[in-house]
Design a protein around this ligand. Sequence first.
Ligand code: HEC
Ligand code: HEC
Ligand code: HEC
Ligand code: HEC
Ligand code: HEC
Ligand code: HEC
Length: 344
Amino acid sequence: MSKIKLGFTVIFTLILLSMFAAFASAEETPFVPTPSNPAPGINVGTIDNNGNEAVHRTHGNFQNNTNSCGNCHSTHNGDSATLLKFEETESDLCLTCHDGTLGFYNVEKASGAGVFNSTHDSASMHDVGTVEIAAAPGALNPTEEELQCSSCHNPHGSVNDRLLKTTVNGKTYSTKAIDLELIEDPAYAEFNASTGPTGLKIYQSKGPVFVNQDLPDVPQRVYSNFCSTCHEDYLKSSGSQRVDGHYSHTTNSYKSGRNCASCHYAHGTDITLLKDTAGKTVADYVKSGWTKEKAEEYMKDVSAGGSAIKKYTNMAVCWACHQSTHKLDTPPVVGGNYSGKPSR
Ligand code: HEC
Ligand code: HEC
Ligand code: HEC
Ligand code: HEC
Ligand code: HEC
Ligand code: HEC
């Protein structure tokens, strides 16, 4: 009798162990998205309203037999008045999927939008979930609403790329859509090919599209209008004064890229993303033989105000455009090289 009991215990332990091993290995193998299971825990239909093969979306393009609402909303057990499911703040909801869980669109890793990650040196970011929109430098009509992912994004879909809202901080800033240069992500070539012509595609962003400069309301200007819904007093043309009397560099121009995206990321920055005026990063210098320590010391943002979500370290971005800058007290000399740009 006791022998049998022992046998059961051993078998039970073995089952438990093998289950544990299965869980452990499941955690190690990266998730491979398929058309009907594009992300962990997200199982979607593959037949659209017209009977064609396609893939349901999490954000917008909802199909008539959708279950997507349940990813974010709970009918009777919501954590907010908008019936959302989250732990502490609304951004936690977005991060349940966008913290790397999906594989793609991981906002804690570098992308065209920058990064949300405060663990590296020279980090600065839009502190979602902790600050009021009123804290935005240049805010002229401060609102007490908290800054969240959904302050900038519409999780239900948008005419703009990357679900960017058309009305931000109560202001409809343009009648034209924000058009970003999106290319299919080569890391997801197999997935992108599997979802059919109308299906979900994973894209990388190259920033605002640069189109016909003679159009009055082209995407780069629209992008600056977008940022200035909260930073109202930062939208300036050359020579015009801010409300407090200060002058600003041109930020509202579509020519030569003088818009917010030329100099800033949208999410955040840190030492791994910052570039010098030659467009090189810490990784580039490490590849060329520097130690990581030396490269990081070089790329460190030493500005008193911090790295201010910049794409370039310190004031290196200025030199990226004003390359002919010469000493103020020295007239240019034929053959003289005042640029002082690094040779590497
Ligand atoms: C990816 C997450 C997500 C999904 C999926 C989602 N929602 Fe929402 N929903 C939100 C968030 C976040 C808000 C709050 C927006 C805000 O405060 O600006 C919201 C707000 C709402 C609101 C109240 C505000 C409004 O826009 O009227 C309704 C109603 C709503 N959702 C319905 C739906 C329905 C129906 C679906 C499915 C077809 C759905 N949602 C799918 C995240 C989501
Ligand atoms: C349940 C998982 C899940 C949650 C929660 C979620 N997302 Fe997503 N998100 C996805 C998936 C999957 C995609 C891929 C495209 C799609 O399905 O629309 C995506 C794509 C995106 C994109 C890129 C869209 C594009 O077409 O380029 C943005 C921006 C985004 N999500 C923002 C948010 C924000 C903001 C929240 C919180 C309000 C949020 N997401 C919550 C799963 C999620
Ligand atoms: C200040 C406005 C703002 C806030 C706040 C914001 N985003 Fe974004 N986000 C953007 C803009 C602008 C882009 C597109 C940038 C580009 O590609 O040039 C973007 C891009 C993205 C993308 C696509 C990233 C990729 O791989 O290209 C995702 C996903 C996303 N945001 C999710 C989030 C989530 C989740 C949060 C909150 C934790 C958030 N965003 C908060 C403005 C914002
Ligand atoms: C919904 C409102 C909102 C929008 C839209 C917005 N911001 Fe901000 N921004 C804030 C707030 C609030 C702060 C200050 C609090 C913080 O640091 O998060 C801030 C801070 C900043 C800072 C200073 C960060 C620092 O560390 O000093 C920069 C730079 C910035 N934003 C650039 C941008 C750019 C570029 C865009 C457009 C992609 C943009 N913002 C769009 C609300 C916004
Ligand atoms: C030509 C590059 C450039 C452009 C274009 C630009 N910025 Fe900046 N921005 C900077 C630099 C550099 C800093 C750091 C401040 C300094 O060192 O003077 C900064 C700082 C900031 C700050 C932090 C507060 C402050 O004044 O120092 C905010 C907020 C900001 N920028 C918002 C914006 C917004 C919004 C736009 C578009 C409307 C924009 N910037 C366009 C280069 C730029
Ligand atoms: C994207 C290219 C670009 C970048 C980056 C850039 N500038 Fe400019 N800057 C210009 C152009 C073009 C003008 C000519 C005036 C205008 O905006 O119409 C200009 C004008 C100026 C002027 C003259 C004032 C004025 O409004 O005409 C100063 C000073 C200046 N820039 C300093 C800087 C500093 C400091 C930085 C770094 C924060 C910087 N620039 C970054 C393109 C750039």
